[in-house]
Design a protein around this ligand. Structure first.
Ligand SMILES: CC(C)(COP(=O)(O)OP(=O)(O)OC[C@H]1O[C@@H](n2cnc3c(N)ncnc32)[C@H](O)[C@@H]1OP(=O)(O)O)[C@@H](O)C(=O)NCCC(=O)NCCS
Length: 189
C-alpha cells in the first residue's frame, strides 16, 4: 500500500500553510533565484519561471501523492502573499520519520517565519499524523537555519560529516530532531 499525507491546510498566528498553486509561480521563481537561497539549497541554476511553474503545479503535488512528503506554500495572513515554503521529504513510513526543509522569500526574512511554520508542521506531524520523529539537517555554517531549528523547538543531535552539498561543494550537516516525548517539555508543545 502506498502511504501519502492528506492534502492539508495549517494555520499559525501569522501564517497559512497550504498547497502550492499556479498563482505562486512568480514569487516562487523570485525566492528560488535569490542569492541566499541559491547559496544554501542545490536548486536548479539558473532557476527559471518554467522551473517554478513545474514545482508549483506538478512536482510539489507529486511528492505528496507518491508518499515522499508534503510541501506547503506559506502565506502571510495579513496580505496573502507567498512568504516561504516549509515541507517534508524522504518520509520513512515504516519507522514513521520524516525530514523538514524550508526557505523564506527575501521580502519576508528577518521575522522568524521559518521557525513559526516549522513548529506548526512538526506539531501536525507528531500529533495528527502520529509520527515518531522529525529530522532537520542544516549546513554547519548556515547560522540562520540552525537558529531556526532551535527556535522551532528541535534539539541538536550531532554532525553528519560530508553529508550535504550545495553549488559550492560538500558540507558537513548538523542534525536536529523533534520526537513526541519533547512535545510536553519543548516550546513546540
Ligand atoms: C534559513 C531561513 C529560512 C530563515 O529565515 P527566517 O525565518 O526569515 O529567519 P530570521 O531571519 O528571522 O532569522 C532566524 C534566526 O537566525 C538568525 N540569523 C539570520 N540571518 C543570520 C545571519 N546571516 N547570520 C547569523 N544569524 C542569522 C537571526 O538572528 C535569528 O536568530 P535569533 O532567533 O537568535 O534572533 C532563511 O535565511 C533562508 O531562506 N535561507 C536560505 C535557504 C536556507 O538556508 N534554507 C535552509 C536549508 S537547511
Amino acid at each position: 500500500m502506498t502511504h501519502a499525507f492528506p492534502q492539508t491546510v495549517l494555520h499559525t498566528p501569522r501564517l497559512t500553510l497550504r498547497p502550492f498553486t499556479a498563482d505562486d509561480t512568480d514569487d516562487t521563481r523570485a525566492a528560488c533565484a535569490d542569492d541566499l537561497t541559491q547559496h544554501w539549497l542545490p536548486l536548479p541554476r539558473p532557476y527559471t519561471r518554467e522551473d517554478a511553474h513545474t514545482w508549483c503545479t506538478r512536482t510539489a503535488h507529486d511528492l505528496r501523492t507518491t508518499g515522499d512528503g508534503i510541501h506547503f506554500a506559506v502565506t502571510e495572513r495579513t496580505n496573502g502573499r507567498l512568504a516561504a515554503t516549509v515541507g517534508l521529504k524522504k518520509t520513512d513510513w515504516r519507522s514513521r520519520s520524516s525530514e523538514a526543509g524550508y526557505w523564506v522569500a527575501p521580502w519576508a526574512r528577518g521575522r522568524g517565519i521559518a521557525a513559526e511554520a516549522t513548529r506548526a508542521l512538526a506539531h501536525w506531524l507528531l500529533t495528527a499524523q502520529a509520527f515518531e520523529r522529525l529530522e532537520l539537517k542544516a549546513a554547519t555554517a548556515n547560522t540562520a537555519s540552525r537558529r531556526t531549528a532551535l527556535n522551532a523547538g528541535l534539539r541538536e543531535e550531532g554532525v553528519l560529516r560530508n553529508a550535504g552539498f550545495t553549488h559550492h561543494g560538500r558540507t558537513d550537516l548538523v542534525l536536529y530532531s523533534l520526537v513526541p516525548a519533547d512535545l510536553g517539555s519543548s516550546p513546540a508543545a
